[in-house]
Write a protein that binds this ligand. Structure first.
Ligand code: SF4
Ligand code: SF4
Length: 400
């Protein structure tokens, strides 16, 4: 019946696919040039987390807001529709033959499959490379923008291919597996989401309807910092290691029982877990009990936390999107009422785009990414969440 869906198995499948790709002539030189984060044995690291839900579960309940993940994020029905349109049959849902090819409805999927598994995958950037790119920025010198863009493109190319190959490994006769690589995500926006409902997700983001970062938060892979970029901290050999890198997802509809006890590391995103995440990602919520689980140390003790992503942002998008350390927005931000939706502030994406988008339109190898590289290279880490976030996830993201 195929590979059992556990974090360990999925991680192994992805690691195998990445390793396989890096042996292919097209990618081999990338591997030798210190692009990917490597483990102690010199193999690329892949970070994986997963949740399983019923087909009635609404991934984005309470979050459809232009200031959080956009108004029309794709969820399970859209992922299914994408698949069903690509796998049309000339037998209708009652079993009658037709001259037309008919996509199966989500309703029929709900009857056939017991659950959907949502897997989030990160292929982290090399720590050395991040440090090399960050060094001149931290000295207020000029970082070569193409240095990071080159790495970014390579890692993205690999993770796109790895998730599509892993999806093939995870397929069996009884399930439906959909890799959410860049091409699929664009196709979902173009083919499944009506033109009137297309739009960007949050933060410095892509102009599509699949919020990969929010999927990663929901399934427990990492957290958003004040920068609205995603990263995860882990303890390793007594040190806090920070991972950041491109994210992709895989969705599986299968007939296995919905697991609500966190078996195999696959969580069930309970209401308690969602409420915790809402608070965790809201930096106007300065409750120390919540803040102690944040990887991002922006608030810090006595208001003396980190704010490097804010300080080094050349466009001003970060300072214009961050509350003060007291959880309140500065007056010049607070008066921009058009940026607030249900009390949530929209990230100042326009400023970020002015800086990097206009340059990239002239110089394709232009990237900024200072917010995320500075964070990964020298953002202040906290030991408590690095050591305890997984435990908290296991505690809250299970229905028992
Ligand atoms: S990518 Fe650059 S301009 Fe945009 S928010 Fe990050 S640091 Fe600021
Ligand atoms: S650089 Fe510092 S303040 Fe910014 S997201 Fe990273 S840890 Fe948080």
């Amino acid at each position: 019946m195929g590979t059992p869906i556990t974090i360990e198995n999925i991680e192994q499948v992805l690691k195998d696919r990445v390793a396989e790709l890096l042996e292919e002539p097209e990618y081999k030189t990338d591997f030798n040039s210190d692009v990917y984060a490597l483990d102690a044995d010199g193999n690329p690291i892949v970070k994986v987390a997963a949740a399983n839900v019923s087909l009635e579960y609404d991934l984005w309940e309470g979050m459809r807001n232009p200031a959080s993940i956009g108004c029309y994020p794709a969820g399970m029905p859209e992922f299914w529709e994408y698949y069903a349109h690509r796998r049309k049959r000339n037998i209708d849902e009652t079993g009658r033959y037709s001259i037309f090819q008919i996509p199966r409805s989500y309703e029929s999927a709900s009857k056939e499959y017991n659950r959907a598994v949502i897997i989030s995958v990160m292929l982290p950037f090399s720590h050395n490379l991040i440090k090399t790119y960050a060094r001149p920025i931290l000295k207020r010198g000029e970082a070569k923008p193409y240095a990071f863009k080159k790495t970014y493109d390579k890692v993205n190319r690999i993770i796109n291919k790895a998730v599509t190959r892993a999806a093939v490994d995870l397929m069996n006769a009884e399930n439906v597996v959909i890799p959410l690589d860049d091409d699929t995500v664009k196709s979902i926006s173009r083919e499944i989401i009506p033109a009137s409902r297309q739009g960007a997700s949050h933060g410095p983001c892509k102009d599509v309807n699949v919020p990969q970062k929010s999927i990663a938060v929901l399934v427990g892979l990492g957290q958003l910092g004040i920068s609205r970029m995603l990263f995860c901290d882990e303890m390793s050999g007594g040190e806090i290691v920070r991972y950041t890198g491109p994210l992709r997802s895989i969705v599986i509809f299968d007939k296995d029982r919905l697991e609500t006890d966190g078996r195999g590391g696959v969580i069930y995103p309970t209401q308690a877990w969602r409420e915790f995440l809402f608070r965790l990602t809201d930096f106007t919520d300065i409750d120390p009990e919540i803040d102690r689980f944040r990887f991002c140390s922006y608030l810090g003790e006595n208001g003396n936390g980190c704010s490097q992503c804010v300080q080094y942002c050349p466009s001003g998008a970060q300072p214009s999107s961050a509350p003060g350390k007291n959880g309140k927005y500065p007056e010049e931000v607070a008066k921009q009422s058009y940026r607030f939706f249900n009390d949530k502030l929209q990230f100042d994406f326009a400023r970020c785009l002015e800086d990097r988008g206009q340059m990239a339109s002239m110089i394709p190898e232009w990237a900024c990414a200072r917010c995320i590289t500075i964070c990964a290279a020298s953002g202040i880490r906290k030991e408590f969440p690095a050591a305890n976030y997984r435990r908290k996830t296991a505690e809250l993201a299970s229905a028992q």
